[in-house]
Structures are given as structure tokens and as C-alpha cells.
Design a protein around this ligand. Structure first.
Ligand code: G1P
Length: 291
């Protein structure tokens, strides 16, 4: 079955970015000049996704406004002859079929995905987490969809992390199948470093079979007292085949201040309008600080 639907959980409070996220959803913080959630939506669209559900909450109205038409701004830009900006504004208002559902209570990622059950119905679907941005020649989700078409089973996007960082991620117990692909035996959410079955960490990209919703309907709160998607996937892995894909590309944790800064610098260096002056600035900065 073709993967046409994607779910983007975006209900979190973004406390790691306070005070910036007191009034602005963390998904709207820009990397250069584009909100982080737009990078995620663009990855989904470039991977062939047709319908996107954003799981939001009370404080996230700016996300809906961003992907809506803004006719008076369009008229203003047209009147001033600013046609390049007009194109940017029009494009963000017509990116894909974007739907919204609210997660009224912050019960965790598993609960956020459960809020998507009516939107998804009985099809396999993608989940993209807004804190994880991937820079790659072939979109990360497209790489995963290609593998899905081959194996027709749940796929999780993974990367190896240092032993000291396993407690920040969902971690796989898996056996290699071929280069970059492994078969998942078990998963554990945020294990202590000495209890982790591997260093293969879940990187916020999933293709999940719809049976997950039955499991999520009875998944108990786990790590952090929240309903964890990893715990539901653990049960799904006992019932059905599940694979990990160590995808090509660089992943940035833009929910973390250092990760956000790295993404900002590296995306800016890729922009034709900024690359040279920004590189000159960084070189000058390093020379002036003697590093
Ligand atoms: C979530 C998932 C975790 C995954 C991580 C990737 O955790 O629960 O399994 O490894 O995203 O970013 P969070 O960072 O929301 O605590």
C-alpha cells in the first residue's frame, strides 16, 4: 500500500526554548527564515505525502495561520511589485492538504499519535517529529518509503548515538539484515546507558502500520509518566516484522539549543544568497577569537 498520509505531532510546550516559546510555538522558530515545521512539511511533500495531519494544542494557532492563505498580505505585496515575496507567501498557503486535530491534554507522543486514528483509518502512515530535521540529498522519509515498498512493514529511522546519549532516545535491540537495514527485536524508551541494548537511536521518523492504534488504546504511561510511542511499537514488534533504517543524511535536534544553532549555521551556509558573506563573517569571527 502506498504511504500517502503523515502525522506531525506539534502539541508540546517547548519548555527547552523558554522564554522564546512562551508566546510562539517552538515549531514556528525559524531556521534562517523558515519555521522549523515548514522543513518537516517540505520533507513530507517531497517524499510523496498527500495529506498531513498536524496534532496541535491550544497555544499553536500560529501554525495554522502560517499554512493558511493571507490575502491582504498577498494584495499588499502584489501592489508593491514584490513578486518574489508574493510567491513565497502564496506557496506557504498552498503547500499540501494540511489538517489539524488538537491534543487537549499533554499525555505524551503515543497519545498524540493516537489522536490521529480517525485521520489515518486503516492505512500505514508516516510520523515525523518536529524536533528532528534531516538534511539529505534524498528526503529521509522518501528513503524510508522506498524500504517500506520493499518490505511492507513498520520502519523506524535511526542513527547511532554515543553511549552517553542513549538516555535521550528510544533505543533498538536489532540484528543487521544488510547495510543500513536491521530487523527490530525490541525497543526501549530512554534507557540508562548501562541498560541500553544498542546505540541505535530512534530519530523522529516512522512509517507505522495501523495496528498501532489498537495497541495505543491500552498503552500505559511509561518513561516520564507519558504514553510513549516506543512502548506501543515494542508491542507491535512482538506481533509483526519491524525494521530500522539508518538513513543517509545529517539529523539536527532543533528542540535543543546547540542543535538549533548547528542547523541554523549549516542551513545558512547552503543558501546561495547568504553563503559567501556568512562564511566570511564566520572566518573573521574565528580569527578574531584566535581559534
Ligand atoms: C521522542 C521519542 C524518542 C525518540 C526522540 C527523537 O523523544 O520518544 O523515542 O528517540 O523523540 O527525537 P523526545 O525527544 O520527544 O523526548
Amino acid at each position: 500500500m502506498r504511504i500517502k498520509k503523515a502525522v506531525i505531532p506539534a502539541a508540546g510546550l517547548g519548555v527547552r526554548f523558554l522564554p522564546a516559546t512562551k508566546a510562539v510555538p517552538k515549531e514556528m522558530l525559524p531556521i534562517v527564515d523558515k519555521p522549523t515545521i515548514q522543513y518537516i512539511i517540505e520533507e513530507a511533500i517531497c517524499s510523496g505525502i498527500e495529506d498531513i495531519l498536524i496534532v496541535t494544542s491550544r497555544y499553536k494557532k500560529a501554525i495554522e495561520d502560517h499554512f493558511d492563505r493571507f490575502v491582504s498580505l498577498e494584495d499588499h505585496l502584489r501592489g508593491k511589485g514584490k513578486l518574489d515575496l508574493l510567491q513565497i507567501v502564496e506557496e506557504t498557503g498552498a503547500m499540501a492538504e494540511i489538517h489539524y486535530v488538537r491534543q487537549g491534554v499533554p499525555n505524551g507522543l503515543g497519545h498524540a499519535v493516537y489522536c490521529a486514528r480517525r485521520f489515518v483509518g486503516g492505512e500505514p502512515f508516516a510520523v515525523l517529529l518536529g524536533d528532528d530535521i534531516v538534511r539529505s540529498p534524498v528526503p529521509c522519509l522518501k528513503q524510508m518509503i522506498d524500504l517500506y515498498e520493499e518490505v511492507q512493514a513498520t520502519i523506524i529511522g535511526v542513527k547511532e548515538v554515543p553511549q552517553t546519549e542513549v538516555n535521550k532516545y528510544g533505543i533498538l535491540d536489532a540484528e543487521p539484515v544488510r547495510e543500513k537495514v536491521c530487523r527490530i527485536r525490541d525497543l526501549v524508551e530512554k534507557p540508562a546507558p548501562d541498560a541500553a541494548p544498542s546505540r541505535l537511536a530512534i530519530m523522529g521518523r516512522y512509517i507505522i502500520e495501523p495496528e498501532i492504534f489498537n495497541i495505543l488504546s491500552h498503552t500505559e504511561p511509561g518513561a516520564g509518566g507519558e504514553i510513549q510511542l516506543t512502548d506501543a511499537l515494542k508491542e507491535l514488534a512482538r506481533q509483526k516484522d519491524m525494521y530500522g533504517l539508518n538513513f543517509d543524511g545529517i539529523r539536527y535536534d532543533v528542540g535543543d539549543k546547540l542543535g538549533y544553532l548547528k542547523a541554523t549555521v549549516e542551513f545558512a551556509l547552503e543558501r546561495s544568497d547568504l553563503e559567501q558573506p556568512f562564511r566570511d563573517y564566520l572566518t573573521g569571527l574565528l580569527c578574531s577569537t584566535g581559534t
